[in-house]
Design a protein around this ligand. Structure first.
Ligand code: F6P
Length: 375
């Protein structure tokens, strides 16, 4: 048994629906059940390094379950390379001091893949850390789900539903660009649920010819419109190969000079492929003769009230974190497993991207209902 008295909490990375539910779940269980004190840090690891904190009491935790975003604020900083006072510094020793001065027995970090890496760095520096997996991308390894995904899935599905109206009325091809970073979970899930005719995900490089063929086959059956769900990370085969080659070069780079060169090469390659959805739209218009439009769903996907599933997931994971801390557990992510939760060593989670496996049942489902995957 541990004897944690004071715990810190912060939210980092992109805001995600369900963050407040998780903060509330953590706080209610920590304060109410375990008699701990909860200290909130503003704006992610930046606020932690700058020691911007305040006591999170029961009043602050009340009325936040249904609110989108995060009451704590967020940022996308790296603990080992943070811009502070005009220079880039390793903020880990600074953070260690803050944690010691605040007399924290554990720090709870709510975030996605980047936060898992930050959490591991802090844990390896001797700070007791617990990570709670949130992201609309659902790309965190060793957890069944991440809070934020279900709400984003609802929003993206609703958008695809609504885009069908213009697509069929105007006989157009409409491409809906869906978030997800380097993973296709959101586009695939929303594409299936919204009945997209083609779904493009990063895990399956596409060919313009294959997509045009699917659209033409629909035209041949008398259907002069198509809705395409495009993951923001999707690429055609040539781009996917160029990106993979640049990424391997970066991994293999040894000297600082090689690393810098490989990094800027990768940035250039990625830059070349920006706005690929608009280029794809032009190619499809040329290939099919159908008017083609793009809708970028953007931040709408992660805004507003969390759905019931994310409130439940955030509450489950948040309360479970308080129980684990009370038991003296740290250095873990609290994973969702079935209806329960499970601590997973941060070393197994950090730096591992959970993409859609090629044999995933959702891919088969999409194919079985006749959806093109661009391959
Ligand atoms: O990780 C969540 C996410 O919304 C991704 O889907 C997207 O690629 C990214 O964040 C956008 O990041 P930012 O909020 O920094 O623009």
């Amino acid at each position: 048994m541990g004897n944690a008295k004071r715990i810190g909490v912060l939210t980092a990375g992109g805001d995600s629906p369900g963050l407040n539910a998780a903060i509330r779940g953590l706080g209610k269980a920590a304060i109410g059940r375990h008699g701990m004190e909860l200290i909130g840090f503003r704006d992610g690891v930046r606020g932690l390094a700058e020691n911007r904190c305040f006591q999170l009491g029961p009043e602050a935790l009340s009325g936040i379950l249904t609110i989108g975003g995060t009451i704590l604020g967020t940022s996308r900083d790296k603990v080992h390379r943070m811009r502070m006072g005009g220079e880039v510094v390793d903020a880990i020793p600074i953070i260690k001091d803050v944690v010691e001065q605040a007399d924290l027995d554990c720090l709870v970090m709510l975030g996605g893949g980047g936060t898992a890496k930050n959490a591991l760095r802090l844990s390896e520096a001797g700070i007791p850390v617990v990570h709670l997996p949130k992201t609309i991308d659902r790309d965190v390894a060793h957890t069944d789900n991440t809070f934020g995904f279900s709400t984003a899935l609802e929003i993206a599905t609703d958008a695809i539903d609504r885009l069908h109206s213009t697509a069929h009325s105007h006989h157009r091809v409409i491409l809906a660009e869906i978030m997800g970073h380097k993973a296709g979970w959101l586009a695939l899930g929303a594409g299936i649920a919204g009945g997209a005719d083609v779904i493009l995900i990063p895990e399956i490089p596409y060919s313009v010819d294959a997509i045009a063929e699917t659209i033409r086959a629909r035209q041949a059956r008398g259907t002069n419109f198509s809705v395409i769900a495009v993951a923001e990370g999707a690429n055609d085969t040539a781009a996917a190969q160029a990106i993979a080659a640049a990424e391997s070069l970066k991994k293999a780079a040894g000297t600082p000079q090689e690393k810098a060169a490989a990094k800027s090469h990768l940035a250039r390659v990625l830059d070349d492929h920006r706005e690929h959805t608009f280029r794809l739209a032009r190619s499809l218009e040329d290939a099919t003769g159908l008017e083609t439009r793009v809708t970028i769903l953007g931040y709408v996907q992660r805004g507003g009230t969390p759905c019931a599933e994310d409130r439940l997931l955030g509450s489950r994971i948040g309360t479970a974190a308080a129980d684990l801390i009370a038991d003296g557990v740290s250095g873990v992510m609290v994973a969702s497993k079935g209806d329960g939760t499970e601590p997973v060593d941060l070393k197994k989670v950090a730096g591992v991207l959970a993409q859609v496996p090629p044999d995933h049942p959702w891919i088969q489902t999409a194919r079985d209902v006749g959806t093109g995957l661009g391959d």
